[in-house]
Design a protein around this ligand. Sequence first.
Ligand code: RB5
Length: 152
Amino acid sequence: MKIALASDHAGYELKKEIIIYLQSEGLENKDFGCYSKESVDYADFAEKAVRQVVSGKFDRAILICGTGIGMSLAANKFRGIRATLCCDAYMAEMSRKHNNSNCLTMGGRILPADEAVYIVEIWLNTEFEGERHQKRLDKISKIEEMNFKPVK
Ligand code: RB5
């Protein structure tokens, strides 16, 4: 599985911890910025990583800002992206089982690194259950078809 990462300044330190974890697990990943704690705008970096998933070059994205909220708002503006803000392991598990999350967002000012790494571990290793949940996601896809232009 190929994972695209991005953060703003408020998520930068936690992102580095997540990258160390992914590397220790031998998971292919790429950091699409930012690359320092200098203040930046989260939407710019959400876009860089999420476009990699939309284009099929990467399988999933992990986005980190101060709360995870801004990153989820920005990521969910892209067709086909199911970005889920997860604050604990239960949310991470359900975001995969029920929502088929392909983009995890977290808050660097919310989560200690060990909890965030555990969230990532659960999110990466939990399968989507399909069935009635797929039917519900199909309804979201229909809304996207009505409201979103295809992404180039
Ligand atoms: C940056 O101060 C902060 O607003 C941002 O990281 C994020 O939490 C927004 O949702």
